[in-house]
Each structure stands twice: as structure tokens, then as C-alpha cells.
Ligand binder design. Structure first.
Ligand code: MN
Length: 211
């Protein structure tokens, strides 16, 4: 069973004007798709690892054959992260979290505004390609910025993914070129807080399982 590209949960142009249609098309159909092809290609000769849930595969990098370890880390991480990224965006939504997540953000960051500004500053200043995350670990929310396609499963953290923002230039260059802070600011308009709240409330750390 090979890994498959999940459909976007909304049309390519749905996040306009904040994230443009062409960027979404290329990002999903070319970039995410290529990660999956390379991941499947790497695993071709190793059927033992082919049926694994993607997060589980990433947590098992140590047991993979040396020759495919890095390829699986890069491309499997790319598959996991993009699957999550598509899910936590949507058009025309509430601009703020509510309920339990809202309370937890206020508890751990002081206020929603403070959280946004901390997250945005770290994202704007992160050097090179990577992702910025809102996670829950040990009952506390935290912001992390990690390079390449690394994530909680690669690092074997007992943590929950809540939000994720792609900082690779392919995520914003067509519309924003070198203006990464504008992309970050625009992105807040398409955050799916309802989905983030769902991820915050799950009890199983590894329940996110795209294929
Ligand atoms: Mn990307």
C-alpha cells in the first residue's frame, strides 16, 4: 500500500486573496505530490515499511535501512507536514480560537494577541526552509520552529500538533516574493481554528494519520 496524495479539503482558489490559487495548485499538486512519489520510491525495495502510518514510519527512522533513512525523513516529513497544513486552513472562518483552545492560549501566552505576535516574530525571523508549530507538550502550549520537514514524530516527542505554518519559499514566493512577514500576516485569515481546537482536544498523541 503506497502513500497517497490527499485531496485538498477545499478548492485551490478558496484561500484567495490571502493564499493565491496558483500557489496552492503548485504546492499541493507538485510539491506535496513529489514528496509522496519520492517516499514511495524509497520504500519500493522495503515492503516491511510500506504499510505503516506515516507518523509511525517517521518515529521509526532508526530501524530503516541506512540507504533510505534521509530520503524517508525528508519526504515522509514533507508528506506528514503538508497533510496537516492543508487541514488547518479553510476559507471564511472565525479569526480567533474559542473554547478550550482559547483559554489554553491565554493561560500559556498571556493573550491571543501575544501568542500571534510571538508566533509571527519567530516565523518571520526563522532562517531558511522549515515550519513553525503550535504544539501541546506536557499539558502546555508552545511554539517551535524546526528546519526542513522535521516534526514531532521525527523528534519522537510526546506532543500534539495544533497549528503549523509552512515557511518554505514555495509556500508564498509567487505572491509575496521576499515579503515573508506579509504572508504570515495574511495566513492568520485562513487559519481553521475549529480544526485546531479538534487537534487540541484529541487524547491520542498520534491520531493524525494521513495516507
Ligand atoms: Mn510546502
Amino acid at each position: 500500500m503506497a502513500y497517497e496524495l490527499p485531496d485538498l479539503p477545499y478548492p485551490f482558489g478558496a484561500l484567495e486573496p490571502f493564499i493565491d490559487e496558483q500557489t496552492m495548485k503548485i504546492h499541493h499538486d507538485k510539491h506535496h505530490s513529489a514528496y509522496i512519489d519520492k517516499l514511495n520510491g524509497a520504500l519500493e525495495k522495503f515492503p516491511d515499511f510500506q504499510g505503516m502510518e506515516i507518523g509511525e514510519l517517521l518515529s521509526s527512522l532508526d530501524s530503516l535501512p541506512e540507504e533510505i533513512k534521509q530520503t524517508v525523513r525528508n519526504n515522509g516529513g514533507g508528506h506528514y507536514n503538508h497533510g496537516l497544513f492543508w487541514e488547518i486552513m479553510a476559507p471564511n472562518l472565525a479569526k480567533e480560537p474559542k473554547g478550550n483552545l482559547k483559554k489554553a492560549i491565554a493561560r500559556d501566552f498571556g493573550s491571543f494577541e501575544k501568542f500571534k505576535s510571538d508566533f509571527g516574530a519567530l516565523a518571520a525571523n526563522f532562517f531558511g526552509s522549515g515550519w513553525i508549530w503550535l504544539l501541546e507538550e506536557n499539558g502546555k502550549l508552545k511554539i517551535e520552529a524546526w528546519p526542513n520537514h522535521d516534526n514531532i514524530r521525527i523528534y519522537k516527542l510526546k506532543a500534539k500538533d495544533i497549528l503549523i505554518l509552512d515557511l518554505w519559499e514555495h509556500a508564498y514566493y509567487l505572491k509575496y516574493q521576499n515579503r515573508r512577514p506579509e504572508y504570515i500576516e495574511a495566513w492568520w485569515n485562513v487559519v481553521n481554528w475549529e480544526e485546531a481546537e479538534k487537534k487540541f482536544l484529541i487524547s491520542n498523541f498520534s491520531s493524525f494519520a494521513p495516507r
